[in-house]
Design a protein around this ligand. Structure first.
Ligand code: PMP
Length: 427
């Protein structure tokens, strides 16, 4: 049994010693002390079904034995040395990661987070093209550093900072977007931004294929193909932010961008790649990677032996346990059950997503799509009281996000849907 500090004490210390901008979920926040695969345990030993995976970070499962073992064995031998020496772990991991990429995406830079990965990708785009302008989508989240905040387009997270030349184009959101699922109209808006708002040349375009923090918004079908062509014509490179949608989570494909049939010039990743380890990566072509060769690009911890050993173990586990197929199967069961629930509850305005990357948007009026913010807060808290932890997303904070560890089962999905059904009926 756990006999460490309890919730009240942790909360008091957080308030006193940590910055005021960090936030916690729930009026009565949970004090999580242990994790095992798709479950979390609080201080009293109560079990919760984890349907948000530490914000889409736990891929294999909490404390997965193979990943844990790789980390422990490497830690006993050597924790850190940096790339000024040779070590096999970073080389093995880069080789394994490159083998998962299509086309000529074969060169890896390791960093420590998604924010850093996007910073580096943006820097490469600008250096490679000689242009400054970056294009991202409204409703995107690409990180919290001052440069990545420029790409991020959700006011929840933004401070007023100098951002460089960044254009936020209309989000190709099939549910709320002004053009519905018409990818051509959205692509035209991007072309307009280039024609009217730039010199005609841009450095690059970045997008998540399924927006994470934005509330599991899957881009209108065909959109990426159209805009990749436009951006490349304007001299830019195309960046896929795969921080949340990678490694088979979408079920149908290993990488999110594959669902739109495109091959990016640069791919960024983090979160699930480390199953909880601080790890990020940028993968690109030898030609683009080469723009950094005239200086030294050094990252003290990027690809360190422990993270690399853990990351390699993650890739192996996901293959060995056939998690992509599993996500497809469990995801379609979950979506099917949620759509049936939608037929019975008017508050569910939209059910969307792919595999184990699902969003449930709550509205008070289906026609007007008024965000059900107050109801969201009640439901989110009561799901927790019923033993299910889900995420929150969207500009209005009215989207329940279901993105569990990829070992989540059909029984878990049933439990979640039954709990949601019950909680809605009690509203
Ligand atoms: N890109 C996406 C799509 C993300 O969801 C996030 C984190 N929520 C980031 C980038 C930034 O990652 P990190 O928090 O590891 O810096």
């Amino acid at each position: 049994p756990y006999n460490g500090p309890i919730a009240d004490e942790v909360l008091r210390k957080r308030k006193q010693f940590l910055g005021p901008s960090i936030f916690h979920y729930y009026q009565n926040p949970v004090n999580i002390v242990e994790g095992k695969m798709q479950y979390l345990f609080d201080e009293s030993g109560r079990r919760y079904l984890d349907a948000i995976a530490g914000v889409v970070t736990i891929s294999c499962g909490h404390c997965h034995p193979d990943v844990l073992n790789a980390v422990i064995e490497q830690s006993k031998l050597l924790q850190h040395a940096t790339t000024i020496y040779l070590h096999h772990a970073i080389a093995d991991f880069a080789e394994a990661l490159a083998s998962k990429m299509p086309g000529n995406l074969k060169v890896v830079y390791f960093v420590n987070s998604g924010t850093e990965a996007n910073e580096l990708a943006m820097m490469m785009a600008r250096l490679y093209t000689g242009n400054l302008g970056m294009i991202s989508l409204r409703n995107a989240y690409h990180g919290g550093s001052s440069a990545a905040l420029g790409l991020t387009a959700l006011s929840t997270w933004k401070y007023s900072m100098p951002e460089g030349e960044i254009h936020h184009v209309i989000n190709p959101d099939p549910y709320r977007g002004v053009f519905g699922s018409d990818a051509h109209q959205y692509a035209k808006d991007l072309q307009d931004h280039i024609d009217y708002g730039t010199s005609g040349k841009v450095a690059g375009f970045i997008a998540e294929t399924i927006q994470g923090a934005g509330g599991a918004v899957e881009l209108a079908p065909g959109y990426l193909k159209l805009v990749y062509e436009i951006v490349r014509k304007a001299g830019g490179v195309c960046i896929a932010d795969e921080v949340q949608s990678a490694f088979g989570r979408t079920g149908s494909h290993y990488w999110g961008f594959e669902t739109q049939g495109v091959v990016p010039d640069i791919v960024t990743m983090a979160k699930g790649i480390g199953n909880g380890l601080p790890l990020g990566a940028v993968v690109t072509t030898p030609e683009i990677a080469n723009v950094l060769a005239h200086k030294i690009q050094f990252n003290t911890f990027g690809g360190n032996p422990v993270c690399s050993a853990g990351g390699l173990a993650v890739l192996k586990v996901l293959d060995k346990e056939k998690r992509q197929e599993h996500c497809a199967e469990v995801g379609s069961h979950l979506l099917g059950r949620l759509r049936a629930l939608q037929e019975r509850h008017d508050i569910i305005g939209d059910v969307r997503g792919r595999g184990l990357m699902v969003g449930i948007e709550l509205v008070t009026d289906r026609q007007l799509k008024v965000p059900a913010k107050a109801e969201f807060a009640v439901l989110h808290e009561s799901l927790k009281d019923l033993g299910v932890l889900v995420g929150k997303g969207g500009l209005h904070g009215n989207v329940l996000r279901v993105k569990p560890p990829m070992c989540f089962t059909k029984d878990d999905a049933d439990f979640l849907v039954d709990a949601l059904d019950y909680a809605i009926s009690k509203l």
